[in-house]
Design a protein around this ligand. Sequence first.
Ligand SMILES: [Zn+2]
Length: 270
Amino acid sequence: MEGMKVYVIDTGRLHNDMNLTFAQAVQATRDNPNPDIKWLHQPTYCALIQHPDAGWILFDIGTNPDVNEQVTPGIGAGWYHTIDEEDQTMVAQLAKLGLKPEDINYVVMSHMHIDHIGNVELFKDTAEFFVSRAEAQHAFCAVKGSLDPATYGFYYKPHVLADVKKYHYVEEDEEIFEGIETILIPGHTPGMMGLYLHLEDQDIILASDGCFGSLIWDDGKLPGSCGDTGSFVKSVKKLKKLQKKNNAMVWFGHDLEQFNNFKKIPEYYK
Ligand SMILES: [Zn+2]
């Protein structure tokens, strides 16, 4: 769509054993029975879309600086987040365009994990939210179905149950604004959702955790942390089919090498 722009927003780095992201990325063998475990350093980021009709739309709202205290203990033991540069916060990133959180008109949640909706407090009173119905149902059940936060996985109750102004529940692949289509890609979570952006110069697929990185896309690795691996693989196939049609760029959920090559806010894609 003419006039639509996309900015990349950096909200810090996640660090964890590589096997948590890519199944059997480092594996013991008979010849090498004690290989070194590798730590993976991954970006957490969001896409800010400037849409000629709808205004400012955020795809994912990133990780907040308190996440290490919020994450459930089991996950927190093998996973931590850092802010390495002062400006790796949502507020500082938006300020690069002179924007404040209340300027954002819409938020699209790829899924409701803690590293993707960590800044919900900043937007809940002023933006309207899109989330897939399957994701909302799953996340609400995860945090309401048990009193024990240790069972919530990557969901953080105050985020999931935040009293947002309005939810639009997405049930199928559909155009939500001119040039912006949802893509349901379950697997990592039951209601994982990407976006297809029809820009003037190129198409971009925001895959989020529908595909963590090039080890999955190019090398066929399986995901380490995954609700349903069979669905995940089917969803990657769906993304690949979509990608081929218009030779779209695919933005992975947590690929540091790809991320380092992105133009960052205030630069943009159009
Ligand atoms: Zn993630």
